[in-house]
Write a protein that binds this ligand. Sequence first.
Ligand SMILES: Cc1ncc(COP(=O)(O)O)c(C=O)c1O
Length: 511
Amino acid sequence: MQLPLKVDAQQKMTLQSQIVEQIRRMILDGHLRSGDFLPTTRALSEQVGISRNTTMQAYERLMAEGYIQTRPYVGTFVSAEIPETSFFADACDCAAVTDLKGVVSDISVSERLSALRAHGIVNPNADRLVADFWVGRPAADAFPLKTWSNLIRRRLARSGRVFAEYRDPSGFSELRQAISDHLGPTRGLTADADQIIIVGGTQDGLNLISRLLIEPSSPVVIEQPCYQGAAYLFESFGAELLPVPVDEDGIDVAQIPNVDHAVAYVTPSHQYPLGVTLALERRLALLNWASERASYIIEDDYDSNFRFVGSPVTALKGLDRRDRVFYLGTFSKCMGPSLRLGYVVVPHAFVKPAKALKALMNNGQPWLEQAAMADFMMSGSYARHLRRLRQMYLSRRNATLAALERHFGVLDVAGTESGMHFVWRLPDGLPPAREIEERALTVGVGVYTLSSGAAHRFGLPDDADRHLVLGYAALSETEIDLGIARLAQCLGRGRSVAPRTVRNLISGVVR
Ligand SMILES: Cc1ncc(COP(=O)(O)O)c(C=O)c1O
């Protein structure tokens, strides 16, 4: 099948983006339908006259966003379900606006917006998997449904005039106080309730901070590899992204380019995706960098509640004597992402502008869930819930490591000390990660390359990838055993071997 695609090397948009945009538009406009086959990357590159690498990378992007799928020996075809995120990205699509010529011709949409990318948080295959190691999902079975229903009911019974009133855009004061009380003992972080802004999860918090700090061409230091949700957002503000390599001690601060008035986005407690912890020496170096360079740091502390080895690592913000760190916390990992609840601790100088901006953005988050969350925290239930989750995730991590080792022998893994996922560096003899992901799908198992797992790597092709990222928190131990056994079988490693000791060869993970 040939697609009517054209590329133009003179355009500002890269050749890869031009291919992605045209195929995406054909799908969203219904010219390509679910199940329709696409040409092979080789045929497309010959047809259009561009390199095969470019067409492969274009297909990988479309796959990561859920538009298309590949099945070995079958081919590449349009996905059965186009993820909601795609329509979200499309809402700002430049081409869509030009299609409406005449109706909105007076609105000018910048090229930057036409290249918007959505990060991979919705798994397009979730419904057809028996064991899905998708990253970032908490345990659905651990949600404290009964307590939560009681708290909601009680708040509703006492709501009075609340629903008829606008409230403080920076958030429900009791929740902000509860978070402030929680952060001291758990994260070594002293923050006044006044510095805390309640947001709709990390993504909303990143938006708030970006609006405070980033303008077109602002330098933004970012981990290599890093979380797509952050990188693509900064990109949407027109920032200049400066990727800095991550090794076994976290981001290599010494390699930050020579820039002033910059922003650095980091995940110090459990680097996303590689899972390493930022070493103390580097934490201090990063803080020094920020104050010497008149710059700010965004600390994304997304899953730090789940540390399995040693004591919790103090948040970077806890060491921040010069007030250079914006701290982001989320309830997505310990309660659930559909709650859309999180918070930002802003430096003192930003309290007033952040509050004003929050009002301009959306006048604040819904009251009811904030109130229930405040009650949940203040009653001591939250601390108990976290202890229970930590134990549950530890057992699930152990089950995943043990099952992998049973079938594949000694493991080379990173990021196992905390969080809800780890990275497995594939042993010699196994196919590349992309191929394993595809084969596993055919037997109902979801295991993911770094890019499918919402990680962005600047300029590194996925086809040479030797890492799989496995999120274990949402799966029962039975599902884990079944999933890994099926994975082993489809890779020709179906035999059972006696468990051996897992070795954590973290240094081998980062190249
Ligand atoms: C690095 C990182 N930050 C934050 C989040 C959570 O985002 P949110 O709070 O918007 O649900 C995730 C989710 O997977 C993540 O991987």
